[in-house]
Design a protein around this ligand. Sequence first.
Ligand SMILES: Cc1cc2nc3c(=O)[nH]c(=O)nc-3n(C[C@H](O)[C@H](O)[C@H](O)COP(=O)(O)OP(=O)(O)OC[C@H]3O[C@@H](n4cnc5c(N)ncnc54)[C@H](O)[C@@H]3O)c2cc1C
Ligand code: SF4
Length: 297
Amino acid sequence: MAGGMDLLGLMKDYIVSPDRIVSIKGLDQTIAGADSGIRIGAATKIADLADNVLVRKMYPALATAAESVGTPQIRNMGTVGGNIMQRPRCWYFRNEEFNCLKKGGSRCFAVEGENQFHAIFGDGPCHIVHPSSLAVPVIAYGGKFRVAGPNGSRDIDAGEFFQMPNTNLYGESVLQPNEIVTHVILPAPGQRSAGYEVRFKQSHDWPLAAASVNLVMSGQTVKSARLVMGAVAPVPWRSQAAERVLAGKTITEAIAVEAANAALASAKPMSGNAYKIRVAKTAVKRAVLRAAGVAWS
Ligand SMILES: Cc1cc2nc3c(=O)[nH]c(=O)nc-3n(C[C@H](O)[C@H](O)[C@H](O)COP(=O)(O)OP(=O)(O)OC[C@H]3O[C@@H](n4cnc5c(N)ncnc54)[C@H](O)[C@@H]3O)c2cc1C
Ligand code: SF4
């Protein structure tokens, strides 16, 4: 347990019943420049991440995600490592009465049930969306997670850390039970980057859709782009189709719309969440325009 914001909720809902709880609040809580990037200790509070001057200046998409997580109380208790490792919010998963596929049962209740906040990408068999807002910009910035275990420490590309349900139905990442995340490591960002989240009004709930974009520029032209969406798939969802649209272009509203259309072209909504396609397109378009400093209509 780090901040306990997720673990205690899971225990109160009888989803997990650990025999023993180990406090990992003593992990590194510092944020420091490393090479030309940054190293963030896993026990860093989300509030401290959001307020950090270096993060705000160099990694605005990460700052946007951090300052929007939950409420001030959650950001003051929740840690970066706990945010990355929090379990899915699917209401069937969180309800002890539903023994769904992810809990060892035989069916996914979201397929024929209430799926308005579920995935619009991925072929199941479980249709969660990944809950971590911070993971989205970390992948857009090409970050790594440093993990420690009995065999020492290793760095894992954040883009390869999270796993789809057809690879790992009962967990969400490659982290082994005897390993912990100790740091998030980000390389130098592109010259332009930004994030945008769409929420239900100004609620403290998780975003309906989010996007982070990181642009390497040559003057006004995009040399290369990394674009990742959140709350649309069981893992933070990178769109190379949108990245290809952006590469070699000067950002205008028309280009941002084209990138958003490309990002959502292969979405497969469930019975109750087709609205998310439009919401996610808005998130992509505004993240791209915000990164380029172009106002949107
Ligand atoms: C009302 C509400 C709104 C929220 N809104 C958002 C939101 O908009 N966006 C968002 O991203 N999150 C949101 N959250 C989730 C919140 O950010 C997380 O619950 C919190 O960050 C978890 O951090 P923690 O340190 O409290 O984790 P803990 O509860 O201590 O741990 C969570 C899980 O991660 C594991 N863990 C913790 N640290 C590590 C580590 N270093 N290495 C390996 N495993 C670890 C624990 O074993 C546990 O299984 C919301 C939560 C609530 C209650
Ligand atoms: S989406 Fe996943 S967690 Fe939710 S009911 Fe289906 S199998 Fe369970």
